[in-house]
Write a protein that binds this ligand. Structure first.
Ligand SMILES: C[S@@+](CC[C@H](N)C(=O)[O-])C[C@H]1O[C@@H](n2cnc3c(N)ncnc32)[C@H](O)[C@@H]1O
Length: 273
């Protein structure tokens, strides 16, 4: 997405009161633009709409034959905003966990959602329910974006996510975290998205957010190898955190590639708990 188009999107989102920050708008915009470049298609779903700030951003990225499905337990969004979002946008009044019954045609959403934004109550049980639902609707190459992942006012999100990831049958994995959100994909697509984060997202978000960015990865395990994206600190010389110590973490995006690159005798460390 060009800087000019991003500026126009940002301005549109700023006309509506809401919680999604310009930084997260830039990150989501970058990821949705990357999906477009990769020809990844599908519908977009949001749990927790409020007045429609993030929905405006999501709507901007809809392609041909794609719909935006918005779910909220309250109708805070104005009819004028819904009208602006166009006929491709469907608003469903109801709790996220009831989507299977409240969506007119739930079957058409199964494995067809390429981007899901979870930004609802952030309650522990609701988050687990939403993750279970993600499993059935997220497309094989889709992204799940979880809001307030590191906001400790909602500290229950962290245990809910990791209980789900490590105790239930799932192929979801985290590929990116920020100070605001966690981004997950299915394991088979980790390499694609992690490669994009490693090689491109820093420059793209820096350009949209008008702020230098950096990424950090200080461990790379076959079970967890996500990157952290954040504004670059004033005294940081590299856009890779701790490059002199953790340089190996920034050579390959995938922990599997690292397994082939390192001497055999060290491989056991990647699997040790
Ligand atoms: C933080 S706001 C969403 C902010 C919005 N995404 C934005 O960019 O401004 C949370 C929204 O979640 C809704 N909500 C709370 N519990 C919910 C649930 N169980 N299912 C669906 N929506 C829910 C609230 O009504 C509220 O509108």
């Amino acid at each position: 997405m060009s800087t000019e188009s991003f500026k126009a999107i940002l301005e549109k989102t700023q006309r509506v009161e809401g919680m999604t920050t310009p930084f997260s708008i830039a990150v989501i915009d970058a990821l949705l633009s990357f999906q477009k470049k990769q020809k990844i298609t599908g519908h977009i779903l949001e749990f927790g709409v409020y007045k429609g700030k993030s929905a405006i951003l999501l709507r901007e990225h809809l392609g041909i034959n794609e719909s935006l499905v918005l779910v909220d337990i309250e109708k805070y969004i104005d009819d004028s905003t819904l009208q602006l979002l166009g006929p491709e946008t469907k608003f469903i009044l109801g709790a996220s966990k009831d989507l299977k019954i409240s969506a007119i045609n739930f079957e058409s959403l199964i494995k067809k959602i390429r981007f899901l934004h979870i930004d609802s109550s952030h309650a522990y049980r609701t988050t687990i329910d939403e993750l279970r639902l993600t499993e059935s609707v997220l497309s094989p190459d889709g992204i799940l974006c979880m809001d307030d992942f590191t906001n400790l006012n909602y500290s229950q999100i962290l245990p809910a996510l990791y209980k789900y990831l490590y105790t239930e049958k799932t192929d979801l994995t985290v590929f990116l975290v920020t100070n605001e959100k966690a981004y997950l994909c299915r394991r088979a697509y980790f390499d694609l998205y992690a490669n994009y984060v490693l090689r491109e997202i820093v420059a793209e978000v820096a350009q949209s957010a008008h702020q230098p960015m950096a990424i950090a990865r200080t461990d790379m395990d076959i079970e967890y190898a996500a990157f952290y994206l954040r504004p670059k600190l004033e005294d940081e010389s590299s856009e890779f955190y701790g490059k002199n110590i953790y340089g190996d973490m920034y050579i390959n995006a995938s922990p599997r590639d690292m397994l082939f690159a390192i001497p055999r005798k060290f491989k056991w460390r990647l699997f040790s708990s």
